[in-house]
Design a protein around this ligand. Structure first.
Ligand SMILES: Cc1cc2nc3c(=O)[nH]c(=O)nc-3n(C[C@H](O)[C@H](O)[C@H](O)COP(=O)(O)OP(=O)(O)OC[C@H]3O[C@@H](n4cnc5c(N)ncnc54)[C@H](O)[C@@H]3O)c2cc1C
Length: 461
């Protein structure tokens, strides 16, 4: 198939930089806006640029880290006083095999670009997170998961091959059969094993942009688990859950199901989003009253207990992408994301206990997502998903309040045998990390000596 030579990335590298001079350090923040570290930006545009830039920068004594679209929440994509190798200039689609659906593209190509290319041709992403503004390499490096984890596993399960380049110039083709140990270390390897320069992704066929959607109201964790069991063969399932209410409304939510429509329909590119969150909201704007009000409106927006509709894939998969820079809603202090995975043995009691603690704290966010992880093994040595329940929450950062709560929730997660997601984390202690990721020392053997991150420095001291 004819490939377009280059494809414009619609939203190149959105990180807030108060100073656009790439020569000196600039204050850098991730999607959560916390923490914020100064770093030097080193834009890469060609597959041969790394490790050439390493030599030019006198081996970068403070270390380096490849970064994509900056959509991780904490410090997995940050490095204090380091060199951030900005990969979004490697944005070319390279090859598409119409027989197998395997797309080959450079590391900085975004999932939005892939959709623009693939959907009009009748193909779709095998796994997608809740935003399409992430790069393919960023998706591999965090081994991201989507609403179909229970049937499709993680993103890495659909990556047949990629190239990994080390700072000493070694180039490796990595696949389940070639350099298989490097393949496993790099998927979920948080950018620490080397730089991915290009990757392959196995797409899947669709005949319509539409999703056959159903929303079902539930009350409580037991009803959520019963619905999960009932609909375990439906491709996409995820729930919005109210983490602010107590009493009879405790853990009420909407269980959302979807499948690609099988009725052939027009396939076209998505329009560009037009709305941009205009300014930083003051810190007091998000409080327990506004969150409770939002949750009540959201729950009752679905008037009937069960709603069924055909819906475009954009609002189904990417409701938050409709408003660019929505993280400004949390003000300059930013937000903490908290996402755990608790194995089945303690999933029910752990979820109830943590949700009770969150509701009591009065600090809950209005973005709370509850989902079940399936048992498709993750290909990455450090991948986060494991069979059981996962809950993701945003907390606006409030001085003196958010951190103690977050730390307590992290401890509770470990008591229930669970772990936190590095892609969303800014607080985990080294003890918590090393207990919940005991394979970290084995993984460390694959780390590139030049590459490190704020996250890695924090959790391995
Ligand atoms: C609204 C929203 C919804 C989200 N929903 C989900 C979800 O449903 N599921 C989920 O799993 N995640 C989700 N995420 C998190 C997001 O998918 C991941 O953090 C993803 O890794 C971000 O990719 P990025 O391109 O922005 O990479 P960055 O955040 O810039 O970097 C992420 C990691 O990739 C590494 N990296 C980047 N480029 C390379 C490269 N070329 N070679 C090697 N390593 C590299 C970096 O070092 C870093 O460790 C969501 C994030 C947002 C903002």
């Amino acid at each position: 198939m004819e490939m377009p030579e280059t494809v414009e990335t619609p939203l190149l590298f959105q990180r807030t930089t108060e100073n656009d001079n790439h020569d000196g350090p600039v204050p850098f923040e991730s999607w959560g806006r916390y923490p914020r570290f100064p770093a030097k930006l080193v834009p890469l545009a060609w597959q041969s640029d790394f490790p050439r830039v390493v030599e030019e920068h006198d081996n970068m004594p403070t270390g380096a880290l490849p970064v994509g679209m900056g959509r991780s929440y904490g410090d997995v994509g940050l490095l204090r006083d380091g060199h951030l190798l900005v990969m979004t200039g490697l944005d070319r689609l390279l090859h598409f095999d119409e027989q197998t659906g395997v797309l080959t593209c450079e590391a900085g190509v975004t999932l939005a670009q892939i959709l623009d290319f693939a959907v009009p041709r009748g193909w779709f992403l095998p796994v997608t997170p809740g935003t399409k503004y992430v790069t393919i390499a960023g998706a591999i490096a965090n081994d991201i998961h989507g609403k179909n984890h229970h049937v499709a596993g993680t993103f890495g399960n659909h990556v047949p091959m990629f190239e990994l380049v080390r700072s000493d110039g070694t180039r490796m083709l990595c696949s389940p059969t070639q350099n298989a140990d490097w393949y496993a270390a790099t998927i979920g390897g948080m950018g620490l094993t080397g730089v991915i320069t290009w990757a392959q992704l196995r797409l899947k066929k669709i005949v319509s942009r539409l999703i056959d959607y159903q929303g079902i109201q539930f009350h409580g964790v037991d009803e959520f688990l019963a619905l999960t069991e009932q609909y375990k063969n439906v491709e996409y399932t995820v729930s919005w859950v109210d983490c602010a209410s107590t009493g009879k409304n405790f853990a009420r939510g909407v269980f959302m199901l979807g499948e690609h429509s099988v009725m052939p329909d027009e396939l076209h590119e998505s329009p560009e989003p037009k709305l941009v969150f205009p300014f930083n909201l003051p810190g007091f704007a998000l409080n327990q009253y506004s969150v409770k009000a939002f949750n009540t409106v959201f729950f009752h927006k679905q008037i009937k207990r069960r709603v069924r509709a055909l819906q475009d894939y954009e609002p189904f998969f990417y409701p938050l992408d409709a408003v660019l820079k929505w993280n400004r809603m949390y003000g300059k202090r930013g937000l903490l994301q908290f996402q755990y995975a608790i194995p089945w043995a303690h999933a029910r009691e752990g979820t109830i206990a943590i949700m009770e603690a969150v509701a009591k704290s009065g600090l809950a966010s209005f973005l709370a997502v509850l989902k079940v992880f399936g048992d498709v093994p993750s290909p990455g040595m450090m991948s986060f998903p494991q069979p059981g329940v996962t809950l993701a929450l945003d907390f606006p950062i409030k001085p003196g309040k958010s951190f103690p709560l977050f730390d307590r929730l992290a401890d509770m997660t470990l008591e229930f045998g669970g772990k936190l997601y590095p892609a969303k984390d800014a607080r985990m202690t080294s003890g918590q990390f090393q207990t919940s990721y005991p394979q970290w020392q084995e993984f460390a053997k694959y780390k590139d000596p030049l590459l490190t991150s704020g996250f890695w420095e924090r959790v391995t001291i």
